[in-house]
Design a protein around this ligand. Structure first.
Ligand code: HEM
Ligand SMILES: *[C@@H]1O[C@H](CO)[C@@H](O)[C@H](O)[C@H]1NC(C)=O
Ligand SMILES: *[C@@H]1O[C@H](CO)[C@@H](O)[C@H](O)[C@H]1NC(C)=O
Ligand SMILES: *[C@@H]1O[C@H](CO)[C@@H](O)[C@H](O)[C@H]1NC(C)=O
Length: 547
């Protein structure tokens, strides 16, 4: 009577064994990365990965770089082995050579997360959909459009200057500059992205929207644990049901994130509907709005009308781009500008030299230095390049291999078994952590002073080794904005923003360190706080009128 058992009970042991095997198999099978050296695992459950996600991962990543070099094995969750990599030739394979065939793409959990939080925009899509979006969006960030947007950048930066001036007119004041940089960056992306003003940039106004957006990245870090459910999201039913599930979660951070995401979406949608109605009515009123119709959303709406049928963007796709630009463009640029101010406060001689270049330029070109002349100021440019090289705001970026492939190496590494490895076999499904900061500060490429902040580096010819390494960056041999089909679409936009803001601030004010310490937190985007344990973005500098 072999079948007297109910069938489910009979197969249950096999199912259990199979699931256990799926969960724990990494402890029993060999990994292609076993021969790659790396630090020992510190936990069977999480390996060393939590050390990489820590706010103070600097020492851990420095140790990975110094002890193991351009490629190392990492222990991840439940025995999985990942790679930490910054070898220039490997990066060329990851971001450029194999990109067309989508051999390496963003890791699926990251894109699922972006899709939930921001919608189907550039950070959430892949393959043909992503290519279509990129084709439509790329021209919006052209130099010609940026030139048109420059007056908007100046208008906003002038408001910033007036706000700070009103604070320091009576004498030096201690000011939280990262808060002002965040507000400025959001206002710039708001006006030039959506054609909408969120913040009048008057001293001390608190805007609900601005406050919400600014807490996106810190909140995202707090809800990192939600990654554990991401693999199952697609099985949890339709979007409305998942939203309802989220409202049931007790965590404050989860509810805060929901609030931020909803708010961003509602705002974009409201602005979008209004613009669409205007365009459809054929009204010229568009020209008299904020940004005068030169903003990204207006440009896209018009481009969509004349685009070929297969290139047209759906409304949800366009709205997702808006949230994507705000999230991808605000924290990165505001923290990069804060970093420059911090470095200028630490290096008063550099600050003085920069100020004299800026004041001279203002005398030559007038108050609003034209786009091309501003971009060509050599010392300002050197300071931006050097800061973005040494302090890439995005330190680590994960990638997944979609097929079995090999990573070629510029410098062979010594395997655990003593053999020299000039390439590494990477099986399908492998996860790689690319360290952008490490390749930007690689001594074999940049020389012994790679870890020093030296703007002068860019005023002289770069070492031969920099050319020879053929770093696949879209920006001056650095990987800060990566390269290839997922490179930062806003990189020229961020240059213009950094340069207008720094020009206006440094020509008008002097920045000095204050008695409040500055500690840079390691996060998705690096940001300043007042101590190692603090997660709140803050950066207090002593500010006075420029001499
Ligand atoms: C200093 C400022 C900035 C830095 C350091 C930066 C860095 C990056 C990096 C590293 C990536 C690639 C992420 C990855 O694949 O892991 C990226 C992508 C992206 N960035 Fe930026 N970014 C900056 C400013 C901006 C601005 C101002 C905007 C928009 C106005 C923007 C929009 C985007 C978008 C949409 C993507 C996704 C591109 C795609 O996948 O097709 N970024 N950025
Ligand atoms: C683009 O055009 C198509 C077809 O005219 C339209 O259905 C769609 O809503 C438009 N998308 C946007 C974002 O305007
Ligand atoms: C990627 O980097 C290479 C240099 O290695 C450069 O020639 C190329 O233009 C870059 N690609 C893109 C998309 O900018
Ligand atoms: C910053 O300014 C305050 C006065 O506002 C002053 O007491 C303090 O010494 C200054 N700090 C530094 C490090 O110069």
């Amino acid at each position: 009577m072999a079948f007297s058992f109910p069938l489910p009970l009979a197969v249950a042991p096999f199912v259990i064994v199979y699931v256990l095997w799926l969960v724990f198999r990494n402890f029993f099978i060999r990994s292609a990365f076993d021969n790659v050296p790396g630090p020992p695992s510190s936990s069977w459950l999480a390996g060393n990965i939590l050390k990489l996600l820590d706010h103070d991962a600097w020492a851990y990543t420095d140790d990975l770089i110094q002890t193991y070099g351009p490629v190392a094995k990492l222990h991840s969750f439940l025995g999985a082995r990942w790679l930490h990599v910054y070898d220039p030739r490997a990066l060329h394979a990851i971001f450029v050579k194999d990109q067309e065939k989508d051999v390496f793409t963003r890791e699926p959990l990251t894109t699922t997360g972006a899709n939930i939080l921001l919608g189907p925009g550039l950070l959430a899509t892949a393959g043909a959909v992503h290519k279509k979006q990129r084709r439509m969006l790329q021209p919006v960030f052209s130099v010609a459009h940026l030139r048109n947007m420059t007056p908007t950048f100046y208008d906003i930066t002038r408001k910033l200057r007036i706000a700070i001036e009103s604070r320091v007119r009576g004498g030096p004041q201690k000011i939280d500059m990262v808060s002002w940089m965040g507000r400025t960056a959001l206002e710039i992306i708001g006006q030039s992205g959506l054609g909408h003003s969120f913040d009048p940039l008057v001293a001390d106004t608190k805007d609900e929207y601005t406050e919400a957006i600014k807490s996106f990245i810190p909140t995202a870090v707090e809800i990192e644990f939600m990654r554990l459910v991401l693999p199952f999201v697609d099985y949890l039913g339709p979007a409305w049901f998942r939203r309802w599930l989220v409202t049931l979660m007790p965590q404050k951070s989860v509810q805060r994130m929901k609030h931020i995401v909803d708010m961003m979406y509602e705002w974009s949608k409201e602005i979008f509907e209004a613009k669409k109605a205007l365009i459809e009515s054929g009204d010229n009123a568009m020209l008299h709005q904020v940004g005068e119709g030169r903003d990204v959303m207006s440009i896209l709406l018009r481009a969509n009308m004349s685009a070929a049928e297969e290139d047209k963007l759906e409304d949800e796709e366009l709205l997702a781009q808006m949230s994507t630009f705000i999230m991808a463009g605000m924290d990165t640029t505001s923290n990069a500008m804060s970093r420059v101010l911090h470095l200028l406060a630490e290096n008063p001689d550099v600050q003085d030299k920069l100020r004299s270049e800026l004041v001279n330029a203002r005398e030559t070109y007038g108050e609003d230095i034209p786009f091309d002349d501003l971009m060509a100021l050599p010392y300002l440019d050197a300071i931006c390049r050097e800061t973005l090289r040494l302090h890439a705001p995005v330190t680590l970026t994960p990638r997944v291999a979609n097929v079995d492939t090999v990573l070629p190496l510029m410098e062979p590494v010594r395997g655990v078994d003593g053999t020299l490895l000039s390439e590494i076999a990477v099986p399908k499904g492998s996860i790689l952590f690319v360290n952008l900061r490490a390749v930007n500060t690689y001594k074999a490429v940049w020389g012994e002073d790679a870890l020093e902040w030296k703007p002068e580096r860019w005023l002289n010819p770069l070492p031969r080794s920099v050319e020879e390494a053929r770093i696949p960056g879209i920006y001056s041999h650095v990987m800060t904005f990566i390269n290839g089909s997922h490179s930062c679409i806003g990189f020229k936009f961020s240059q213009l923003e950094m340069k207008t803001v720094l020009y206006v601030l440094v020509s008008s004010f002097k920045f000095e360190l204050s008695d409040t310490k500055i500690h840079w937190n390691f996060a998705g985007v690096t940001y300043p706080a007042t101590s190692k344990g603090s997660v709140k973005p803050e950066m207090w500098l002593n500010v006075s009128l420029a001499p």
